[in-house]
Every structure is written in C-alpha cells, then in structure tokens.
Design a protein around this ligand. Structure first.
Ligand SMILES: Cc1ncc(COP(=O)(O)O)c(C=O)c1O
Length: 401
C-alpha cells in the first residue's frame, strides 16, 4: 500500500486541518477520480448510445470501460449484470418494485438494516406481502439458523446488509444465502458499507442481487450499482421507462431491450459512472488486503480508546477484528448531536450523530431513543486522528469542553 501520507496528498480537503471520520456516510473523493470526470467533460462531452459521431462513441467507450471495471470489482460474470443506479437505495427499490409479488409472499430482513433496506419491504407489506424481521445479537451478529426458522414455502426474498452501518458487524452472507436458496428464496445484499472495505465476489457470496453506492467508496455522488444475477435479468420490471430502455416502439406498444439498458432509461450520470470506474481502480491499486490491515489497526485504537473512557458506551462487536470501519458510541447523559457538534466546533472532527437511518436498530435492539455518535475510518485516516478523537471525547465526558 502506498503510505498514508502519500494517499492523503490525493485528498486536498484534508489539508484544511479537518479530521474526517464520517466515511460511512460519504467518503472524500481523490484527485484521480475528479480528474477522470473532468477529462470526460473536456474531451468527449456527449451523450452515449445515441449518436454515431465520434464524441458519442468515445463517451460510450469510456462508460463501457467503467462498467467493465465494476464488473471485475464484484466478480460478476457479464457486464449485463451491472446496472448503474443513482445509489444503493434506488437499487434496492428496483428489486422491491420490480419483482412480481403476490399476497402471502414472504420477505425476510433484519433489525440491522438501514431504512433503505427496510422501507421498500414494509411498503410491500401493505399489499399483503409478509415481512419477517430477524433479530441479531446485541453486538450485531446474525445467525443463519434464525433465518432458517423464518423460511417456509412462501419465502421469496431475504434482504440483508453485509456490514451494519451502525455496529460495523459483518453478516455471514454466504451461509445465509445457502439457507435461503435451499428454500427457493432469492437473496439481496445491501453492500453499501462492505463494497468500500471488503473484496467482494458475487459468485462466492452466491447472492442474487447486490447494491452499493459510489459516494461511500471514493466515487462521486449520484452513481450506484445494482448487480443482478444473469438468470434473473429479465425478471424485473424497470423502475423507470423511457429513452434507451426499448427495443421497438410504436404509437401503441413497446418492447423492452435487454439489461443493463432495460433498467437505465434516460441519460445516465455518465461522468459519475466514469468516476466510479476510476474509484474502483484506485481501491484495487491500494489493495483490499492492505486496506483492511490499515483500517483494522486504526479501528482497534479507536475502539479501545473509547472503551477506556468511563462515561462512554461503545456498541457493536467487542472484538475489533469482527468489525469493519465503524465504531458507534455515546457519552452517558449526553445527546449524540451535542457530542458531534462539540467535536466539530472544538477540534474540527467530523462524525455522524443520530440514528444513521437505522431507527429500529437503535430503539428496538440497543434501547437508544436518541441514537448514537458514529466514527468511521477509511484509508486516509491515521492513528493520530483517532487518538485525537478519543482525547476530545474524554474531555467532553469529563465536562472539560
Ligand atoms: C447499509 C446502508 N444501506 C443503504 C444506504 C443508503 O445509501 P444511499 O443513500 O447511497 O442510497 C446506506 C447509507 O448510509 C447504508 O449505510
């Protein structure tokens, strides 16, 4: 891995003296990604798939290369399985709204989920789909046998997060997928928090759908990916209909084209997709093995430091080896938003506070009405930065700030 100092040079925002520990919400974007997007605007700014002139062809080739990079990144079989979306939320909604449901079908999800992987299923509940919610342990650990208990002949889909955006715990996706498939249910993986940190391989995970967002993994906002396993590619109804998604159209009817265009009606965020392709390449150059090693050592200091503060309460796996990138905590007796505001105002430390779009997890699993403070690290964070966070939290807890 290039040194952290070298990596930090690619993120000019870090030169302003901030300590950015809100990576689970959105990461910073490195210069090579920004350059790549600007190059598209400067060199071949045109629409794709809609022209035979050279700019359109060049833009189309760059987009296609980005899709190929993403395909390799997740180990998909073909580019047809890689659908560009706006973000994780849109990918999950595409599956929820695109599958054909009938009364009595069952969706199994978990109490760990971000609202984006819960609301689309709860909404189906209004149309007679049965929604079952599996409870993890208090540390955020899911057990395959708890999924098995919820299965039945009507189980149609299991929708679960790969990494919890509050506890950082990693779900045993492979094992849960095995159980689901034995009962004929498909599996959707919310990879919003795993794609930035873990080497993903959809073949190894065995899942049917997998969704993630570019902005949480060094890419720009406005671009995400939904992976759909080849054999299901024609099963979903698109979320959106229009230009680019059709094979034939008359004034009375239309026939849809094949994936991915079938699901990408309208002009895509072309620059953003190209930026995501570059972000993926940037991460692969760093290497997930070395990235994980670096993050683990920083995260361990963060977790142990916070656990050493008498008035602090730390959530999630006790063993730092079992979590990815995230530590959520509270200072007893303080509102998490107050803690986050003091961290920023006193020391330019940026963290997330509140429910992190996971209200059921906070209220029904952790018993926290107001949520928590969340610090999340990435490849450019240093041990000194997390030590500074611990030092300031300690001062806040001792009412020195
Ligand atoms: C686990 C998880 N799922 C889904 C989302 C939604 O991502 P987006 O807002 O990019 O659609 C997030 C974002 O925080 C997340 O952490």
């Amino acid at each position: 891995m290039p040194s952290v100092e070298r990596i930090r040079e690619d993120f000019p925002l870090l030169r302003s003296g901030i300590i950015y520990l809100d990576n689970a919400a959105s990461t910073l974007t490195p210069e090579p990604v920004l350059d790549k997007m600007l190059k598209f605007y400067r060199e071949c700014r045109a629409n794709v798939g809609r022209g035979v002139h050279r700019l359109s062809i060049e833009a189309g080739e760059r987009l296609s290369l980005a899709r190929e990079k993403v395909r390799r990144f997740i180990g998909a079989k073909s580019e047809r399985e890689v659908i560009f979306t706006k973000n994780t939320t849109e990918g999950i909604n595409l599956v929820a709204k695109g599958l054909k449901w009938k009364r009595g079908d069952r969706v199994i999800t978990t109490l760990l989920e971000h609202h984006s992987n819960l609301l689309p299923w709860l909404a189906l509940g209004k149309h007679g789909v049965e929604v079952r919610v599996v409870r993890p342990s208090k540390e955020g650990v899911l057990r395959p046998e708890d999924f098995e208990r919820e299965m039945g002949k009507n189980a149609k889909l299991v929708a679960l997060t790969h990494v919890s955006n509050v506890l950082g715990s990693v779900s045993p996706v492979r094992e849960i997928t095995k159980v689901a498939h034995e009962y004929g249910a498909k599996v959707l993986v919310d990879a919003a928090q795993s794609a930035p940190h873990l080497a993903l391989d959809v073949k190894d995970l065995g899942c049917d759908y997998l969704a993630f967002s570019g902005h949480k993994m060094l890419g720009p906002t406005g671009i995400g990916v939904l992976y759909v396993r080849e054999q299901h590619l024609e099963e979903l109804e698109p979320l959106c209909l229009g230009g680019g998604a059709v094979e034939e159209v008359s004034s009375e009817e239309y026939s849809l084209t094949s994936s991915p265009e079938r699901y990408e009606a309208g002009t895509l965020p072309i620059a953003e997709a190209i930026g995501l392709g570059e972000a993926v390449e940037y991460l692969q150059k760093v290497g997930f093995e070395t990235l994980a090693q670096h993050e683990r050592s920083v995260l361990k200091r963060l977790q142990e430091g916070l656990e050493g503060i008498p008035k602090a309460e730390v959530y999630g796996p006790t063993d730092p080896e079992h979590r990815v990138s995230i530590v959520s905590f509270n200072i007893k007796g303080m509102n998490p938003h107050d803690v986050a505001a003091i961290l920023d105002h006193s020391s330019s430390i940026m963290v997330r506070s509140g429910h992190h779009c996971a209200m059921p997890l906070h209220r029904e699993l952790l018993g926290l009405q107001e949520g928590s403070v969340r610090a999340s690290v990435y490849l450019y964070n240093t041990a000194e930065e997390v030590e500074k966070l611990v030092e300031v939290v300690e001062k806040i807890a001792r009412e020195l700030l």
